[in-house]
Design a protein around this ligand. Structure first.
Ligand code: COA
Ligand code: AMP
Length: 634
């Protein structure tokens, strides 16, 4: 039996043009590309230059033309509103075409930006696809971000229109979105012309006459809009991801390469065929939501599920199994943290036994390191392959995976398996040279990156180069460290920058420090990620106060926690901070965040030779113990 993985991998390395052109033929092109890989402006590689496409056409109209019009395209399953609604490909296309008409009648044309700040409701996916239909560039902002974060993204993307909703629902809490949106627009320098608001019955939004319009009213009078052909290299969307500073990075995704790579990945990585039901339990505000709730499954002609709920509490730890059974899900994708939450509430898997999961073939996990305990528990409970895979917002699809549509390799706990075809992944040591098999170093991908990955950052080629390409010339820096063993299994161990991963979301401690240091009583501060049984990591803050600070320590801690929530959002999960007399630093003044983190996680640490005064570490250890870390019970 040939090993399809090795064949595909070899071909993708030896003749990438042929490899990707083969899969590009599965998509609809108004005009075929002139060049598959265009390397005329290194290091800005482009895919399928000269090609003309429409991503929305490929996700909807293409399948209708091929006889899938009556098949379910999207199932909205919302335990928080007690509703389930199915949209066929034809119904979804008609709604998308109408909303495309709404956008066009509000002045949105090809290349204009539209921000989408919404809960997990079908209108969010409709808005994304409607932008794609008219060649507008969407930028979805996760609902758990606060007004200030939204304002930063508004100022960077400068949207003509913002699409939002009156509220989101977090288990039982109603979260009004409109005041956050209004606050963000007030703060931003760039103002949208129009806001289109989905009025949900649980909380009506106050509308600003002349600026805000009701989604339903607009749809009622809209004329459907047809697909607008765009260049394969035109941007489809911008998705912001945490940078090491407070300014997020606007990851750009193009149309042509993205469409080809995602459609290919649905079969190669996830083993999905047209007609299968695929479910990503994530949020449209994250890369997983873009790639594998909306674009990937629809490009492939699958049925996708849009889930408005949580793994536990909506109503219980059986909701995943109910959905898998009820909608006949063949494969699902979520973050390990979701499974840790289910395991915590239902350790014996009692809920699993209540449902018929016979159609469920594979569980895919990503977004953070899959700890072996969660892997084992999931395997034992479900009795199906549990597949870890590693990727990033920037890459848009998996760098390393066990490619279930090509060849299933034995799972090794701690490893997402092997580099996916298209990825020339290498490990570079401190000396800038490739290391031997099994040795740890920086995980880098040799340029050019495969299609569907970021061609640049939004209007910031310089930051793209300095963030990703400068440190290792000729390579893309993933900012993850790890090793590749002699069998080609990749182990992703930790970040090389100070980004932390909280419940599968990348967050910037630097951005939180910026908020803390704005407090009038704070002289200096540090935020770092410490281990957490549920979320993988959570941020922990340390504050050194200015001399003469009059308020109590508790009050200052409460205030900074609230300010992070108000300025970054609840998603930051910043709930713990302590006042300390001083912070450990090197003689050159660098705060030893890594050492504090090791002490907190009760790991071995060396007292750095460059430390100013090692007694500070003992003081920090005592503080951490008081907070339930450094070996004391959390
Ligand atoms: N709008 C408004 N607030 C939101 C929000 C949204 N879309 N999403 C999350 N929040 C809020 C939550 O209500 C919570 O607020 P709180 O501090 O008042 O409790 C906070 O942001 C943190 O949310 P979350 O990270 O979801 O943590 P949680 O404690 O509510 O739930 C899990 C923990 C594990 C159940 C949850 O993280 C989860 O479902 N993860 C699934 C994995 C996932 O989606 N990963 C994404 C990448 S694949
Ligand atoms: P994001 O861009 O928010 O999706 O976060 C990407 C980062 O999450 C990666 O750079 C890794 O640090 C981490 N990550 C994602 N998937 C995995 C995985 N399967 N194993 C280990 N780390 C992962």
């Amino acid at each position: 039996m040939p090993n399809l993985y090795y064949e595909a991998f070899k071909q993708s390395m030896e003749d990438p043009d042929f490899f990707w052109a083969t899969y590009a033929k599965d998509c609809h092109w108004y005009k075929k590309w002139d060049k598959v890989l265009d390397d005329s402006n290194k290091p800005f590689y482009r895919w399928f230059t000269g090609g003309v496409v429409n991503t929305c056409y490929n996700t909807l109209d293409f399948h209708i033309k091929n006889g899938r019009g009556e098949q379910a395209a999207l199932i909205y399953d919302s335990p928080v509103t007690n509703s389930i609604k199915t949209y066929t490909y034809t119904e979804l296309r008609d709604l998308v075409a109408k909303f495309a008409g709404v956008l066009a009648s509000n002045g949105v044309t090809k290349g204009d930006r539209v921000i989408i700040y919404m809960p997990m409701i079908p209108e969010a996916a409709v808005a994304m696809l409607a932008c794609a239909r008219i060649g507008a560039i969407h930028s979805v902002v996760f609902g758990g971000f606060a007004a200030k974060e939204l304002a930063t993204r508004i100022d960077d993307a400068k949207p003509k229109v913002i699409v939002s909703a009156s509220c989101g629902i977090e288990i039982e809490k109603i979260i009004p979105y409109k005041p956050l949106l209004d606050g963000a627009i007030d703060m931003a320098n760039s103002k949208p012309d129009v806001c289109i608001i989905v009025q949900r019955p649980m909380a009506k939004a106050e509308m600003i006459p002349g600026r805000d319009f009701d989604w339903n009213d607009e749809i009622a009078k809209a004329a459907p809009h047809d697909c607008v052909p765009v260049a394969a290299t035109d941007p489809l969307y911008i998705l912001y991801t945490s940078g090491t500073t407070g300014i997020p990075k606007g990851v750009v995704r193009d149309n042509g390469g993205h469409m080809v790579a995602l459609k290919w990945s649905m079969k190669a990585v996830y083993n999905m065929d047209a007609g299968d039901v695929y479910w990503s339990a994530s949020d449209l505000g994250w890369a997983v939501g873009h790639s594998y709730i909306v674009y990937g499954p629809l490009l492939k002609g699958c049925t996708t599920i849009l889930f408005e709920g949580k793994p536990v509490g909506t109503p219980d730890a059986g909701v995943f199994w109910r959905i898998i059974s009820q909608h006949k899900v063949k494969a699902m994708f979520t973050a390990p943290t979701a499974f840790r939450a289910i395991k915590r509430d239902d350790p014996e898997g009692e809920f699993i036994k209540k449902y018929d999961l016979s159609r469920f073939k594979t569980l895919f996990l990503a977004g953070e390191r899959l700890d072996p305990a969660t892997l084992k528990w999931s395997e034992n409970m479900l009795n199906i392959p549990v597949i870890d895979h590693w990727w990033q917002t920037e890459t848009g699809w998996a760098i390393v995976a066990n490619c279930m549509g090509l060849h299933y390799f034995p799972v090794k706990p701690g490893s997402p398996t092997k580099a996916v075809p298209g990825w020339d992944l290498q490990v570079i040591g401190n000396d800038g040279k490739p290391v031997k098999a099994g040795e740890t170093g920086a995980l880098v991908a040799k340029l050019p990156l495969p299609p569907g990955t970021l061609p640049t950052l939004w209007q910031n080629n310089e930051r793209f180069v300095s963030s990703y390409l400068q440190e290792f010339p000729g390579y893309y820096k993933t900012a993850d460290a790890g090793f590749i063993n002699s069998d080609g299994y990749v182990f992703v161990m930790s970040r090389t920058d100070d980004i932390i991963n909280v419940a599968g979301h990348s967050l910037s401690p630097g951005a939180m420090e910026e908020v803390l240091s704005d407090h009038p009583d704070v002289a200096e501060c540090a935020v770092l990620g410490v281990e957490d049984n549920l979320k993988g990591h959570i941020p922990l803050g340390f504050l050194v106060l200015k001399a003469g600070a009059a308020k109590s320590h508790d009050k200052i801690v409460t205030e900074v926690i609230q300010t992070v929530r108000d300025r970054i959002g609840p998603v930051a999960a910043f709930k713990k901070a302590a006042v300390v007399a001083r912070l450990p630093k090197t003689r050159s003044g660098k705060i030893l965040r890594g050492t504090i983190q090791k002490i907190a996680d009760n790991k071995e640490y060396k007292v750095p030779a460059t430390i100013d005064d090692s007694a500070i570490l003992d003081e920090i250890k005592e503080t951490l113990k008081g907070m339930g870390y450094a070996g004391s019970k959390k």
